[in-house]
Design a protein. Structure first.
Length: 227
């Protein structure tokens, strides 16, 4: 019988996961808009050999006031700040395929992957709550089936954009005067030129191919934990 492997992620939430945790003496919830509590949690997770730290996300306030300061910072910004201050732990963010555009998110995740030396991860969601729609214009929140069709195409575009730079496209040969190899950065008539039901994206991406190729998608078997 083969052994099963347990993967652990720590949820970075300075106010704690229980709705009364923030009231505990010493709770860092009053510093939740600073880097310090996130860094402390990330280093504790790394020191105890967790696989990754994880930041959930929402693009609007919840109805319950308890949630208003549970995690008040944007995850990709925080994880990018943690990248040079940690060594080996994965850095995973929730990202919404309904309220991002593929090119924008491809650049952000590729940048985090470069800054962390190949430790970026993505938890792709479609954003269930209809309250978010009002922050992005007058269009109503998409229904469930449409959101998931959009998400499938969105992820396909992400992968295509990340693949628009070959691994050897960045040359940086000072003696030869060759910075990049243009033939390895695919022009608009390559499959990076995407025209689908939801997105029209010409590519190529203006960020070199991420170290992982495609920033990781955590396995379903991974278990999130909180301290």
């Amino acid at each position: 019988m083969s052994a099963r492997q347990l993967h652990l992620m720590l949820l970075l939430r300075p106010g704690g996961y229980h709705r009364a945790a923030w009231r505990a003496p010493g709770s860092p919830v009053d510093r939740a808009t600073t880097l310090e509590p996130y860094l402390k949690l990330a280093r504790a997770a790394e020191d105890t050999r967790f696989d990754a730290v994880f930041m959930a996300d929402a693009v609007s306030l919840y109805a319950d006031p308890w949630d208003h300061l549970d995690q008040p910072l944007e995850p990709l910004t925080v994880l990018s700040a943690l990248a040079p201050l940690t060594r080996a732990i994965g850095l995973v963010a929730t990202v919404s395929t309904t309220y991002y555009e593929p090119c924008n998110l491809a650049r952000l995740l590729a940048s985090l992957d470069h800054l962390s030396g190949g430790r970026a991860g993505r938890n792709v969601v479609t954003t269930a709550g209809p309250r978010s729609a009002g922050n992005f214009g007058a269009a109503p929140h998409l229904d469930h089936a449409v959101r998931y069709r959009r998400a499938a195409e969105f992820v396909a575009v992400l992968r295509t954009l990340w693949d628009s730079w070959d691994d050897d496209a960045a040359v940086v040969d000072r003696a030869a005067g060759e910075l990049t190899r243009a033939s390895r950065i695919h022009p608009a008539d390559h499959p990076a030129d995407h025209h689908g039901a939801f997105f029209d994206v010409t590519g190529p991406l203006n960020v070199p191919r991420p170290p992982q190729g495609h920033p990781a998608r955590p396995r379903r078997a991974a278990r999130a934990a909180s301290l």
